[in-house]
Structure formats: structure tokens, C-alpha cells
Design a protein around this ligand. Sequence first.
Ligand SMILES: [Ca+2]
Length: 244
Amino acid sequence: MKNSMLYKVMGLLFVSSLFSCDDRFDFVNEINDPPEIYFVGSEAEQITDTVKVSLKNGQDSYSFSIRYLDISGGRVSSISASVSSGTLQQGNETINGSLNLSELSDKEGQIGLTFFHDGSGINKTYELEFVVVDQNGASDRIRLILLAINNIVPVASFVYSKVATTSVFEYELDASASFDPDDYLGGGIQVYKWTINGTNSFFTRDAIIKHTFAGAAGYEVALTVYDNDGEASLVSKKVIAVTN
Ligand SMILES: [Ca+2]
């Protein structure tokens, strides 16, 4: 028994002596692919987006997910996060340098994160960097750049024309001239709210719709548009003289 153990130790020493430390390091690196980390929904190593400095509750944060994997048979040993300022949370826990991988697979996983700006005002840039390291020390990194902005409310505008294909009272309402002034920062119109004569309201996703009025008369058509922050425009109103 003792001899068998001795042979094993000697064998290990013999195999080890075939490789210098540097050789072993090179050998490991040759067979080891580095781990990967990326933003869910984007293959880019760096993405730029905006975080709203809004007075509205629940809109002062930026939620995103990152995904990591190490498919070369190794395992991810750590994911670190550095944040220029503001607060990063994983669930309800504030991240201080290291993301919690304890409940996740060490080969691959997805982590939901939320960033809160520090409230110091608009036009401030936040930089977040995430580095994944595998058990052999190989790494990958991604960056998130967030510009703090205030939401700008959208602007409602529409024109109308008679189409009269299914009814003589059928009109086209075209709100495609409506816009969100902060579309260059990711803003956009999501919903169009039409109100006929102050009472009959309906919502559409499309900017251009067909509407059939009840008969020949004057109708007040009011349009309100909502942007992707849920904020409403001022109302745009027109009176349409519907004819036979
Ligand atoms: Ca907007």
C-alpha cells in the first residue's frame, strides 16, 4: 500500500518534471478558450444608452441583463463590476465589485442588473465595466455607457383626408407627423390616443388609421401621443367637417 502510494507520487513528480511552469501555463492557455461575457440582446463589447433622470417613480433606473459562459470545459471563477458612480444592484443587493454567482451555474448563466444614477443631474455619463475571469485566468470584458437625460414629452400632430372606400363617412387620420424630440436618445412614440367629440376615445399603435364617422356632421378629433416613458403630449385638435 505504501509502495503503491510512493509510485504514484514518483509518477506525478516525473510527469511534472517534463513541463516547466511556463510550459504548463502555455499548454493550459493553448487548450483553454477564454470565457465570454455579453449584454443580452447585443453582441457589442460596448453599448451606449440613456438613463432617465425622471421625477417619476420607477423610471430613474436602467435594467439590463448580462450573460456569461465558459464552454471550453473550464468554469467561470468571477465576474467583477466597476461603476464610475451611481449604484448597481443584483436583485435587491448592491454590487460592490463582485457579482454573486453562488446560485448560478459556473459554466454559463444570466444575471439581471439594475443601475441607479446618483441624482446629480442630467448630461452626466456613467461608465460600467464587467470582467469575467475563468479558472485559468483568461478573461473577457464588456462596457456600458449611460448618459443621464431628462425625458422630453412627445409632440402630437395629424392630418386627415376622406377615403370613402367602405363608407362615404370613412376618413384617414394620419398622425405620422407626430414625433418624440428625444428619439435620438432612444425616445419614441408608443401609443396614439384618438378622441372624437370629447367622449369616444380609442388607442392605436399605428400612426395612420381609418375611421368611419357616424354621419355627415362636424366632429372634433383630438390626438394625444404617448412616448416610451409613458408621458403624454399636449392635445392636438381639429374639427373635421364630414360630408356625404
Ligand atoms: Ca420622450
